[in-house]
Design a protein around this ligand. Sequence first.
Ligand code: SAH
Length: 468
Amino acid sequence: MLLSITSTSPDATDLGYLLHKHPDRVRSVDIGFGTAHVFYPQADADSCTVILLVEVDPIRLSRRRKDVSDHGLEPYVNDRPYAASSMLSVAIGRLYGSAMSGSCETRPELVEAPIDLEVSLPVVAAHGGEELVAKLFTPLGYEVTCEALALDEQFPAWGASAYLSVMLKARLPVQRMLEHLYVLLPVLDNRKHYWVAEDEIDKLFRRGGEWLPVHPEAEFITRRYLRFRELTRPALAQLSVEQDSDDIDGKGDDLEALVERPLSLNEQRLATVTAAVVEAGGGRVVDLGCGEGSLISRLMAEPSVTEVLGVDVSISVLDRAEKRLKLDELSERRREKVRLVQGALTYIDGRTAGFDVATVIEVIEHLDLERLDVFARVLFSHSAPTTVIVTTPNVEYNVHFERLGDNEMRHRDHRFEWSRAEFQQWAHTACEHYGYSAEFRDVGEADAATGPPTQMAIFRRAGAVTND
Ligand code: SAH
């Protein structure tokens, strides 16, 4: 199996310093189930490619397995020598371990520097196909290209095999990219790991601690990586990953609900937003970051709303929305009024264009601050609905929540919580850029000093005629 990493940043051979491997030499190391080699087919200032080649010895591998007795030839003849898997992670750990830990004595300034990287994995057994590869890598900033590999190139009629060739492109620190591969390769492969031990939890934290808790598929990744429930449970708790409430007693959303419960703020918010949608004339509504669909179910009941599209980045949340809304039990006519699709708000998406109203309810605070400009551009410039309704917590109000410590946010996944001035400043800038006007309203009962618990902005596209 093989992993190729190419840097196309200026001074591309810096990759050699970062990986602690000299471009002129071949390095070979025994890794128990075979031998791993590192070498550079190309190393010049414009482009530098390093290959990690793992030669698996099927006989040595089979001797390490405990379950070989009644599998005939399978222990010796299988895809393990070719398909990227946990064994490639082991090799990454052995040969690029120092790089993954962020050590670079000769050029420490390189460690955190993002560089233009292209990763090629010629054979990947992705259990979940292209869709899964995209779901795992796109939220981490990768451009993903997958190509299905033919079962046999000499017999095209036999069609595609179960294997993909995967290309990933991103501008990232090398250390971070190695961590992503280290954790996600076994997740894609989903075979019984070459290892499974208690210290896997530690490895997962060490390699995924920075990025996994905020990955939309964190729970799925943790489950597949660790495979066994007894390991998964404490790991999810330690990672503070939101967990499926019907599966494990999660804390994420429950905490927010608990914090805000005395005011039943969520109910007030849904009612206020629904009223604002109706006031804007209803029509075709897209609910961006729809979550489990609590707003959608209210909008469906409004006669002036003719169509609702719910968009969310998380498949598990959309599954729950589908169940909650009981979409499969609706009459065909009502069923046609609602659609749920997976999508990310920071990518241009033709499916969200042409709507009368977009609602973005308690979502922006889940986006990284540095991605908000992109989000605004996608929303106001590409989707460009007539009316946009955005709500977000008002941080000034947090002093009234007894359960919340100083400077603590209402939800673990919130990247920020804004004061009224901060929210209005952001909204005004967006209006200037994209030709909208904004009106601000309170959601929930406002306090004289701190204002309301939730703040809402209603944006209207300049010159647009609403259909009321
Ligand atoms: N609007 C819903 C859910 C709010 S929670 C409500 O008011 O109940 C925030 C939601 O935004 C989550 O469901 C999360 O999966 C989704 N989300 C976070 N980042 C996203 C992104 N970049 N693209 C699309 N959805 C996102």
